[in-house]
Design a binder for this molecule. Structure first.
Ligand SMILES: N[C@@H](CCC(=O)N[C@@H](CS)C(=O)NCC(=O)O)C(=O)O
Length: 212
């Protein structure tokens, strides 16, 4: 496997987990083939895959003989292969600072955000339950208050630099700001989101993709 080995991503471009992988690849000008899998395209629903064969299920990416699933693992894999030390620092403390946001996205904010998204976007209007939506909204706001409390002079999620922390969180933060829900005033988070929106790959692979 070389740095030029073609990359295939299996997954829908409407999945936040696929969007983060596509966003990172675009940030580093690395082309890939993306194959629709999951949701209305069939196969397992859900995340990204860096994948090996066209018959592989979703949630994978393929790079030569390497098959990887779990979107944050794919981000770390790409960062290691392409030596993206700006985005994924080598220093232990700096790396832990980035990784904690990736873990927090996966374990805390992500599940809450997906439930809010599903309760609105993926629920027919006639079946939407305002109480359920409000519970999910409140839970998201509580999670995001944690992020809001990190030093407010930070331009990005994990500090002054753009990192995998932003890539991991970006699609979900976008959903939070674009869903029609009441949001507390979170100026730091809003600043991070504005910084993401200045990046063309984020706009291409997240902002421009219709909610579905
Ligand atoms: N943890 C997996 C993804 C698992 C998965 O896709 N779960 C669905 C919920 S069942 C999800 O988070 N979907 C996000 C979306 O559709 O935007 C990953 O990070 O690749």
């Amino acid at each position: 496997m070389t740095l030029d080995t073609p990359i295939t991503v299996l997954g829908r471009n409407t999945s936040s987990n696929v969007q983060k992988v596509m966003w990172l690849l675009a940030e580093i000008n690395r082309g890939c083939e993306r194959i629709d899998v999951g949701g209305k395209y069939g196969g397992k629903k859900g995340g990204a895959t860096l994948a090996r064969t066209r018959t592989a299920s979703s949630r994978r990416s393929i790079h030569g003989d390497i098959v990887i699933w779990e979107s944050n693992t794919i981000l770390r894999y790409l960062a290691n292969v392409f030596r993206l030390s700006e985005l994924y620092p080598n220093g232990h403390a700096e790396r832990a600072n980035v990784e904690r946001w990736m873990d927090w996205q996966l374990s805390s904010f992500g599940p809450a955000n997906v439930l809010l998204y599903q309760s609105i976007v993926r629920t027919p209007i006639a079946e939407r339950n305002e109480d359920v939506i409000e519970q999910h909204r409140a839970r998201n706001a509580t999670h995001l208050a944690i992020l809001e409390q990190t030093p407010s002079n930070h331009r990005f999620i994990a500090g002054d630099k753009f990192t995998l922390g932003d890539v991991s969180m970006g699609a979900l933060v976008h959903r939070w700001f674009k869903l029609s829900v009441m949001r507390p005033d979170h100026p730091h988070l809003r600043g991070c989101y504005d910084s993401m929106c200045e990046r063309r790959p984020f706009v291409e692979h997240v902002v421009k993709i219709e909610f579905s």
